[in-house]
Design a protein around this ligand. Structure first.
Ligand SMILES: [Zn+2]
Length: 424
């Protein structure tokens, strides 16, 4: 199996199964109900894990939660820890309702402060970081290849958001931030009371959970710089291999529309799930390649809904056909950079051919098994007989067969692609 690696800008082969494949996908900062955009890295990570496991890999997914941050302080002055704890539970409830199961671990930044402090101490001791007035900054100039993930030259980079005249260089970024007035969570450290910076959290949690070198690091494309560039700098400064393959998912686009009719202004995972249902949300994500941006509109969701319904109606097709594609085609699509639109095309081919076993097996990879029971052979046979009667315009016979099918608990529906059977 191969995946596109942002670091090398090329497709790279995964090690042979059973691996292991250890994955770290950046999760949200928790201060409100998470936005639907936050669901994409979770979904991609969980699907990848599901697919890798079905291919015999020992795959593990770690998905972190940033529970200390400026946004949280601003959203709940004086009670930021309580809000972060509540919003962590909201996020877990929301992603669990996608029906894909749980990541192997959901580390939270505030649970790793001693490890973060010790990591920063090692960076200071080795000359890669320095403290100024209670803050600690990473010395970007100490890493000759800084910028290799985002392919930027240091002199063309924007200044890190915390401007501080005492920094040695504008690109130096904060590892530890001294507590400011109004910030109600802080920890003791050799440099004074404060809290960790965002980037160092992920270097530490990834390495604590997966070791100093692991196979895949994922997250939204918006995280390449500065977040992931800085994670890579911090870990490689200590000589750690860190992630071998960097996978960045495309962003959700909202088409410039001010609000969605179905959702109003609330594009939280919760509201989208409540409005459209988890199957539609998953079909929506399936229809786009994980690396590409995807338009999130009422129209694209309605298309996803129609697709999901079409799978539900695949129980019986009047024109059973030999599928032109088999399981190996489904495998080939996913093994080649996890191409879900191509896999989806294979699923539709199975739907048209009434290949229910393959269809259910394929949908199951994405958490989408439909639990409808296929009709018994007797009912299928009656439906075929009815199709023949209709073709011969023997309407009385056709009606008689329809009633008989109904008695057996099935409704026969005639559509443009032939008749289908749905449970009564
Ligand atoms: Zn991160």
């Amino acid at each position: 199996m191969r995946l596109y690696n942002t670091l090398t800008r090329s497709l790279e082969e995964l090690p042979p199964s059973p691996g292991p494949i250890r994955m770290y996908f950046c999760g949200p900062t928790v201060y409100q109900r998470a936005h639907i955009g936050n669901a994409r890295p979770f979904v991609v990570g969980m699907w990848l894990r599901s697919w890798l496991r079905s291919r015999g890999y020992d795959a593990k997914l770690v998905h972190n939660i940033t529970d200390v941050n400026d946004k949280i302080y601003d959203a709940a002055p004086g009670a930021s820890a309580e809000l972060a704890a509540r919003a962590t539970q909201w996020y877990l409830e929301d992603v669990r309702d996608l029906g894909l199961g749980d990541a192997d671990a959901y580390p939270q930044a505030t649970q790793f402060v001693p490890q973060i402090v010790s990591f920063i101490e090692r960076l200071v001791a080795s000359g890669h970081a320095y403290s100024v007035d209670g803050d600690v900054y990473f010395r970007v100039g100490s890493i000759p290849d800084y910028g290799r993930l985002s392919r930027q030259r240091v002199d063309q980079m924007e200044e890190e958001e915390e401007a501080n005249a005492l920094k040695e260089a504008p690109q130096d970024f904060a590892l530890w931030k001294a507590t400011k007035p109004g910030e109600d969570t802080s920890w003791d450290a050799p440099w004074g009371r404060g809290r960790p910076g965002w980037h160092i959290e992920c270097s530490v949690m990834a390495e604590e959970e997966l070791g100093p070198e692991f196979e895949i690091h994922g997250g939204g494309l918006d995280l390449v710089f500065p977040h992931h560039e800085n994670e890579l700098a911090q870990s490689s400064a200590l000589g750690h291999g860190f992630a071998r393959i960097w996978t960045h998912n495309g962003m959700l686009q909202f088409g410039g529309e001010k609000m969605s009719k179905s959702l109003g202004n609330d594009r939280s995972i919760r509201n989208v799930l409540d409005t459209w249902g988890r199957e539609v949300v998953l079909l929506f994500f399936l229809s786009a390649h994980w690396r590409k941006p995807v338009d999130f509109t009422d129209e694209t969701l309605a298309q996803a809904k129609a697709q999901w319904q079409s799978f539900g109606q695949a129980i019986y097709e009047a024109r059973p056909a030999r599928p032109t594609v088999g399981w190996e085609d489904f495998e080939a699509a996913l093994d080649d950079d996890f191409n879900t639109p191509e896999a989806l095309a294979v699923l539709h081919e199975w739907r048209r051919a009434s290949e229910l076993d393959l269809l259910n097996r394929g949908l199951g990879v994405f958490g989408l098994d439909f639990v409808l029971t296929p009709p018994p052979d007797e009912v299928r046979e009656l439906a075929r007989e009815r199709d023949r009667a209709r073709a011969e315009r023997a309407w009385a016979r056709s009606d008689e067969l329809r009633d008989r099918i109904l008695e057996l608990g099935w409704i026969v529906q005639d559509g443009p692609e032939g008749s289908t059977l749905v449970p009564r």
